[in-house]
Design a protein around this ligand. Structure first.
Ligand SMILES: Cc1cc2nc3c(=O)[nH]c(=O)nc-3n(C[C@H](O)[C@H](O)[C@H](O)COP(=O)(O)O)c2cc1C
Length: 181
């Protein structure tokens, strides 16, 4: 691997560990792509420099009352309030993606992930999904509580996809090769 190192930051909130489990899968899979450094952080610990130093950001949340949890919303609001990212939008053209855990199948996981992607789009990031339509998610309550093996695999697919797209963008930027194939 001779290309540039790509940095993937996985930022999450988790009260009971389900989102943290998904986050660990996302980060491990991203880090398995050659030339990628992946790091895991709670959203409250992410610094301005860590954001500006990453090529890709993947954000995970539990569903709380139908949408993203308050600490994750605070994280994005801080881009404006603490980090001074508006109006210049220095996260522009970095890769973004979302994952979530909710108790129920229809409890709001898609809305929570779309909220994260919407925040990223407001900052002109380039959002991607993994093997599924929006991001990776798990329903953690009901007949089979916890994070299922298939959910872990979708989280890994998301991590790999984010790292691969970030590498392609870096190569395109570095060698001025024009549009990606
Ligand atoms: C305050 C609160 C609100 C919740 N609201 C929802 C909800 O609206 N829909 C849903 O599917 N699950 C809801 N849940 C369940 C969590 O999303 C679910 O247990 C998730 O797996 C928690 O992730 P964590 O273990 O990473 O904290 C709620 C949990 C809490 C604590």
């Amino acid at each position: 691997m001779t290309g540039p190192v790509v940095r993937v930051l996985v930022a999450f909130h988790s009260r009971r560990g389900h989102v943290e489990t998904l986050a660990a899968e996302v980060a491990a899979a991203a880090g398995s792509v050659p030339g990628t450094e992946a790091s895991l952080r709670h959203v409250s610990a992410v610094t301005r420099d860590e954001l500006l130093g990453c090529d890709a950001l993947v954000v995970g949340t539990p569903v709380h009352t139908g949408s993203m949890a308050a600490p994750v919303k605070q994280f994005f609001d801080d881009w404006h309030l603490r980090f001074d990212f508006y109006p210049d939008r220095p996260m522009r053209d970095r890769v973004g993606a979302a994952f979530a855990a909710g108790g129920q199948g229809d409890g709001g996981r898609e809305l929570a992930m779309l909220g994260i992607l919407s925040a990223m789009l407001h900052h002109h990031m380039l959002v991607v999904a993994g093997d599924s339509g929006i991001g990776a998610s798990a329903a953690t309550e009901g007949e089979a509580p916890g994070v299922a093996g298939a959910d872990r695999e979708r989280a890994r697919a998301l991590g790999r996809r984010v790292a691969e797209v970030a590498h392609r963008l870096r190569r395109g930027c570095d060698d001025q090769a024009g549009p990606l194939p």
